[in-house]
Design a protein around this ligand. Structure first.
Ligand code: GLN
Length: 547
């Protein structure tokens, strides 16, 4: 194809309408028609990336292959499209300003006054076109974070206005996502907030080409006509986005509404295929018709906000569908796990996942949960901090190394079974300085990991500073906790697994970032399978006891 086409997705009326899901669903439909496509997220906050943000603020920080710490929407893009994203797919205001200021310090602006327009807007335009210019994509979808009318998003909106003008109507279009609220007292859907939102966009010189309307009720023809005439779009370009029971239904809902057809027509692209969603629909079929049901406990400290563990929840959905089981995930706050509460909280679970995390809060509860899973032979999966807690638990309770700990939690511990890497010791800056992104890992022959991955060497994404201290590797192996995955370059331990336990695996990396609908992660599939076996055995035992 000659030129890359650009689709911009803006949001109005309210935040949290799901621009990321709409962008990912449209991308899925276009990809399923054979187009090469990627999605980019522009975030109007001043942090350079979300890496330093508390999960309560922003939800999960998603890590890409190239080690970028990014917005969780990129996780949706990868899960829907099964295509890797990179640093170029997530740009924040902080990053834009940082780059413009660095250019100014280098003297690149040749004595000019540096201003929002044109310098910041030009930088935004460059970042948008960077992906298009790579030649890898037919279409680039750019999602603008925030809501139109926000002060922070103004430079982005202006950049979109300019680009749309420069590229021309056939090469760029704007989709505006809004809310059509239902007023129960009046028994009516209301279009006025959408009209106002479109008007706000117009004040910045942008006419929306397509309206996607979030709604709890079907939009009647009358409402669609009203939205079309007052918002200045064609009626076929008023797309209903009704609440769905799963985000994975949204591509089909958008297909029914004809979103992909309207987009292709506006961009003058050939509309001579139908999207091939066979594999996607097989996944949905399995997801919606489970043959069994299990309950997994997710032990973490940010559990009040589901988004903090977004990729883990989604990985369970993918792996559940693969196993044809419904995975109920109960979030359990690790701060409230102690000797007195543990039995009540976790004894009925079919599997226990101890989550990633930072800092001291709640770690003793995580260690208690590991011990319970180990002693009661409940399938156990430790991710990053969860793996480190498994090492500490076994060091304390099996090796009897009193107060063994990670130097993250206790810098003076006598038994630093988890310790900071040498090259991390002198780092003072917090942002972007952890061990990040994709690293190779060599699997031990005959290990569970090797059996699960069906490979000798794998690559997984990281985000941490601390590591299993190799001084304790042999001692741990001696009591059954084998290191079965090693980084071939550095010798760092990436996987531990416990002998004589049905399924006990800790991984220093984050497998959840790589699970997609097309490729559920093998470790999650295997963990769910083990949890099903455990649950069936437990239930049979219960039934025989009753008899
Ligand atoms: N806090 C731990 C470390 O930095 C674990 C990080 C994580 O779970 N992502 O090593």
């Amino acid at each position: 194809m000659a030129e890359t086409k650009y689709i911009f997705v803006t949001g109005g009326v309210s935040s949290s309408l799901g621009k990321g899901i709409i962008a990912a669903s449209l991308a899925k439909l276009l990809q399923a028609r054979g187009f090469k496509i990627t999605i980019q997220k522009l975030d109007p906050y001043i942090n350079v990336d979300p890496g330093t943000l508390n999960p309560y603020e922003h939800g999960e920080c998603y890590v890409t292959e190239d080690g970028a710490e990014t917005d969780l929407d990129l996780g949706h893009y990868e899960r829907f499209l099964n295509v890797n994203t990179s640093q170029a797919n997530n740009v924040t205001t902080g990053r834009i300003y940082q780059s413009v200021i660095e250019k100014e310090r280098r003297g690149e602006f040749l004595g000019k006054t540096v201003q929002v327009v044109p310098h910041i807007t030009n930088e935004i335009k460059e970042r948008i076109q960077l992906l298009g210019k790579s030649g890898d994509y037919d279409i680039v979808i750019t999602e603008i974070g925030g809501t139109v009318g926000d002060i922070e998003s103004l430079p982005y909106i202006e950049a979109v206005r300019q680009l749309k003008w420069e590229l021309g109507d056939d090469n760029a279009l704007v989709i505006h996502l809004t809310l059509v609220p239902y007023l129960a007292a009046a028994g009516e859907l209301k279009t006025k907030p959408t009209q106002h939102s479109v008007k706000t966009l117009m004040e910045s010189g942008i006419r929306a080409d397509i309206l996607v309307c979030r709604t709890e009720h079907e939009l009647s023809d009358d409402i669609r006509r009203k939205l079309a005439i007052f918002c200045n779009v064609r009626q076929e370009a008023v797309i209903q986005s009704i609440d769905a029971s799963t985000i994975y239904d949204v591509p089909n809902l958008m297909l029914e509404e004809g979103l992909d057809t309207v987009v292709l027509k506006k961009l003058q692209l050939p509309d001579n295929t139908t999207p091939n969603l066979d594999h996607w629909n097989q996944f949905l079929q399995r997801h919606k018709n489970p043959k069994y049901e299990i309950t997994i406990g997710l032990i973490g400290k940010y559990v009040e906000l589901r988004d903090s563990y977004k990729s883990i929840f989604e990985s369970f959905i993918h792996a559940g569908a693969e196993n044809e089981v419904k995975v109920n995930v109960v979030s359990i706050h690790s701060e409230f796990i102690n000797e007195n509460t543990i039995k009540n909280k976790i004894s009925d679970l079919d599997g226990i996942l101890v989550a990633p995390g930072f800092g001291e809060r709640g770690i003793e509860g995580k260690i208690d949960a590991v011990q319970y899973a180990r002693e009661h032979k409940i399938p156990f999966f430790g991710i990053c901090l969860g793996m480190q807690m498994a090492v500490i638990e076994i060091a304390r309770n099996v090796l009897h190394l009193k107060n063994a700990n990670s130097t993250e939690m206790d810098p003076n511990t006598k038994h630093a079974v988890i310790d900071i890497m040498e090259e991390q010791k002198n780092i003072t800056h917090m942002g972007g300085t952890m061990r990040l992104g994709s690293w190779a890992c060599k699997l031990t022959k005959g290990s569970l990991a090797q059996e699960v991955y069906k490979s000798d060497i794998i690559k997984e994404r990281h985000r941490h500073r601390y590591e299993l201290n190799n001084k304790y590797k042999e001692e741990l192996a001696h009591v059954g906790l084998k290191s079965t995955g090693i980084n071939p370059e550095t010798g760092l331990v990436e996987i531990v697994e416990l002998k004589d336990h049905p399924w006990f695996v800790g991984v220093q990396y984050h497998p959840e970032y790589k699970s997609t609908v097309a490729k559920p992660h093998p470790l999650f599939i295997s963990f769910i399978k083990a949890a099903v076996t455990y649950s069936k055995q437990k239930n049979n035992v219960k039934l025989t006891q009753k008899k």
